[in-house]
Design a protein around this ligand. Structure first.
Ligand code: IDP
Ligand code: MG
Length: 162
C-alpha cells in the first residue's frame, strides 16, 4: 500500500494553465475549470491578475522573434488573467490535449479551443508545453507558498488504491 502510494506520488506532475483575458471576459472561467476538475486533475494554485507588459514578455520569451510577439504580449497584459496550477498524472501532456491545437480552426471539437474559440489570436487559454516550461512558468507566476499540497477525497477513486 505504501509502495503504491509512493509510486503514485512519484508520477504526479504539475502544469501551469492560464485563462487569457478573452476567456475571462467571455465568462468561460467555470466552463474551463470544470473540464480539468471533471477529468480528475487537482487544482493546487489559483489567482486572478493583470500582468504587466514586461511580465507577459517574460512569459512568452521563447516567442520573441515571432511577428505576433508584441501584439500577443499587449493582449495578455490587457486585462485579467486567471493563473492556475493543476496537478495529476500526465497533466502536462493531457492538459494540452484538453486545450486543443494552438489554432482553434485546427482544434478538434471536444477540446477547449475547438469548442470555445475561433481565431489563433483569441484562443482563450494557455498551457505549459512540457516539464521544463511547466516548472519555469509555475515559478514565474507563483510563489512557492501559493502552491497548496493536499489530498483530495476523490484521489482514491480517480487513481485506485489497490
Ligand atoms: P500554444 O499557446 O498552443 O502553446 P504557442 O505557439 O506557444 O501556442 O503560441 C503562444 C500563443 O501565441 C498562442 O496561444 C496564440 O495566442 C499566439 N499565436 C501563436 N501563433 C500565432 C499566430 O500565427 N498569429 C497570432 N497569434 C499567434
Ligand atoms: Mg506555447
Amino acid at each position: 500500500m505504501l509502495q503504491e502510494q509512493e509510486a503514485h506520488a512519484a508520477e504526479m506532475e504539475r502544469t501551469f494553465i492560464a485563462i487569457k483575458p478573452d476567456g475571462v471576459q467571455r465568462a468561460l472561467i467555470s466552463e474551463i475549470i470544470s473540464r480539468f476538475e471533471r477529468k480528475g486533475f487537482k487544482l493546487v494554485a489559483i489567482k486572478i491578475v493583470i500582468p504587466s507588459k514586461g511580465f507577459a514578455e517574460k512569459h512568452y520569451h521563447d516567442l520573441k522573434e515571432r511577428p505576433f510577439f508584441n501584439g500577443l504580449c499587449d493582449f495578455l497584459s490587457s486585462g485579467p488573467v486567471l493563473a492556475m496550477v493543476w496537478e495529476g498524472e500526465g497533466v502536462i501532456k493531457y492538459g494540452r490535449k484538453l486545450i486543443g491545437a494552438t489554432d482553434p480552426q485546427k482544434s478538434e471539437p471536444g477540446t477547449i479551443r475547438g469548442d470555445l474559440a475561433v481565431v489563433v489570436g483569441r484562443n482563450i487559454i494557455h498551457g505549459s508545453d512540457g516539464p521544463e516550461t511547466a516548472k519555469d512558468e509555475i515559478n514565474l507566476w507563483f510563489k512557492p507558498e501559493e502552491l497548496v499540497s493536499y489530498t483530495s477525497n476523490t484521489e482514491k477513486w480517480v487513481y485506485g488504491d489497490n
